[in-house]
Design a protein around this ligand. Structure first.
Ligand code: EPZ
Length: 443
């Protein structure tokens, strides 16, 4: 299977296009609801987007628009990453305060600290943040927080600093590959950035930024999710465009469990290559702690937890980024998992099997975790509220079915209505995983 372009790169890349005085083209943009939401938000900000077959062109046609409204921002927290580009290019930005999410508060204090350090004036007005500055001024900014660096905070400040007067240094910047991808696009647009991917990024302000043509990096979280799908079904999947280099912490943990993640051709670029994933039938327990990149990513914690429910022994997972990110635990327990939580740590007592059950998704990665558990469980698992899945996975049920899984998406209200008469379209499509296919053989 081919790995799609990264959602968590595409969103700040799209926001960065607000800085451009000419059209920006992004290639390999995934077709996801979060991306559609960002395109909707940009349209309201006078930046038209045109996307066909994964290629998106973004063009600023009205730079007088500067208000990101609550009803869009509340559906997608990542909307906050328009803040920096807007105030840098249009001198003012009004963005609704993003709410929290199902796994805890999602503060933006570091974003605001960084913009204030660049000389912006910050006001809170009726639930909106209003940020203004005639011209941002370069500064040295420490952007570390209690949970380490901030990914979208780094994207916001780095983007804003490209048009500031003078030089900006971001200390304790996020090192994620998605940040490097944003820096690569900004550099193509004419920005002067060094150190992206390291904890210290230096940006020398320029007068304006032009257009660019940029390929989005592969999605490491999607790749990691399907690698775990191969492992949890004792399967055998060969991937194209696998970001091997961006998943070394995950590959290390998987190898300890007994999962083999192998480059098919050592001469290929490790950031985007062919990789085969197979696993032994006996999974070993491990200790995993989520960390900022290059550590184990929090966005694969739920999926790894599902796998470790079937390991022979006790595993320990500690969540250092979002200590509350365990809503999937109760649902996995419904499937027979033995999981014991103590604050930011869970102990998973491996079971010989999981049993299919009706479960409910709560957030994007938790929903992926429940589907993976359903693939391995005995019997049928019904996962509801799978609209969460669509935020970060393109047609997951089709991808898994093509790999040999027994999975379908259906809408019980529609089924019922079809029996009685044409009924209303339900908003909560379901995924039904019937008797799982234990061995997934694809190439
Ligand atoms: C990005 O969110 C990702 N989203 C998240 O992926 C990911 O979980 C997260 O980084 C951590 O890797 C996108 O890139 C669109 P943070 P972001 O700012 O940037 C605290 C997914 O599933 N913090 O790096 O919003 C924060 O509470 C999503 O694809 C502050 O305290 O995350 C958290 O504990 C979920 N103050 C930690 O830092 C701030 O101002 C890391 O957050 C900002 C963050």
């Amino acid at each position: 299977m081919a790995v799609d372009g990264s959602k968590n790169a595409s969103l700040p890349l799209m926001a960065a296009a607000l800085l451009a005085d000419a059209p920006v083209t992004l290639r390999r943009v995934p077709n996801l609801s979060d991306v559609a939401n960002m395109a909707h938000l940009l349209a309201e900000l006078g930046c038209e987007t045109d996307a066909t077959h994964g290629t998106m062109t973004l063009n600023n046609v009205d730079t007088s628009l500067t208000h990101a409204r609550y009803d869009i921002v509340r559906t997608m927290r990542a909307s906050i990453c328009v803040l920096g580009p807007l105030v840098a290019r249009r001198k003012i930005a009004r963005v609704s305060m993003p709410g929290g999410c199902s796994f805890g508060a999602r503060p933006i204090d570091l974003h605001l600290k960084g913009l204030e350090a660049l000389g912006a004036k910050i006001q809170l007005d009726g639930g909106d943040i209003v940020v203004s500055a005639d011209r941002l001024k370069g500064a040295t900014i420490f952007l570390g927080g209690a949970f380490g660096s901030t990914v979208l905070g780094t994207a916001n400040i780095m983007s804003a600093a490209t048009l500031a007067q003078g030089t900006t240094t971001i200390e304790s910047a996020a090192c994620e590959p998605e940040i490097v991808d944003v820096a690569d696009l900004l550099t193509k647009m004419g920005a002067k950035i060094t150190g992206a991917g390291s904890p210290r990024i230096t940006i020398e302000g320029v007068e304006q930024l032009g257009g660019a043509d940029h390929h989005v990096i592969p999605d490491r979280i999607v790749a990691g999710t399907y690698a775990i799908a191969a492992a949890i079904t004792n399967g055998d999947i060969t991937f194209q465009d696998f970001p091997y280099d961006y998943l070394l912490a995950v590959i290390d943990s998987l190898k300890q469990v007994g999962v083999d993640v192998r480059k098919v051709d050592e001469s290929e670029d490790s950031r985007c290559c062919r990789v085969q994933v197979t696993s032994s039938r006996r999974l070993k327990p491990v200790r995993v702690t989520t960390q900022p990149y290059p550590g184990f990513p929090t966005d694969l914690q739920a999926q790894m937890l599902a796998l470790l429910c079937l390991a022979e022994g006790n595993s320990i997972i500690t969540e250092k980024i979002y200590p509350e990110r365990f809503l999937h635990v109760a649902e996995l327990t419904r499937m027979g998992a033995q999981i014991f939580r103590e604050g930011p740590t869970v102990v998973v007592q491996g079971s010989p099997k999981l049993v299919g059950a009706p479960v409910m998704a709560s957030d994007l990665r938790a929903s992926a975790s429940l589907v993976l558990a359903g693939l391995a469980a005995e019997g049928e698992t019904i996962v509801t509220r799978v609209y969460h899945l669509d935020r970060g996975y393109m047609q997951m049920e089709e991808t898994l079915a093509a790999l040999g899984a027994n999975i379908e998406r259906f809408d019980p209200d529609k089924e019922l209505a079809r029996e009685i008469a044409e009924g209303p379209e339900s908003t909560e499509p379901l995924i039904e995983t019937t008797m799982p296919v234990k061995t997934v053989k694809v190439s």
